[in-house]
Design a protein around this ligand. Structure first.
Ligand code: SF4
Length: 62
């Protein structure tokens, strides 16, 4: 699974970073960003939870 954050949709609520800090972090623009490349297997469940709970559906699967 590979994820990215649509920077136009992210409202910087921080939920994804709280839910799955192994994958999500703050980018330079104050929006969330996902790690590049494959989500580590042991973080997949949390990452998917973040994807499903993002209030603006800004997290997308590549
Ligand atoms: S949960 Fe969605 S809106 Fe909130 S910081 Fe993460 S990507 Fe942005």
């Amino acid at each position: 699974m590979k994820l990215y954050v649509d920077q136009d949709l992210c409202i910087s609520c921080g939920l994804c970073i709280d839910t799955c800090p192994a994958v999500f972090s703050w980018g330079d623009e104050g929006k969330a960003q996902a790690i590049e490349g494959e989500v580590p297997a042991d973080a997949e469940n949390e990452a998917r939870e973040a994807l499903e709970n993002c209030p603006t559906e800004a997290i997308k699967e590549e």
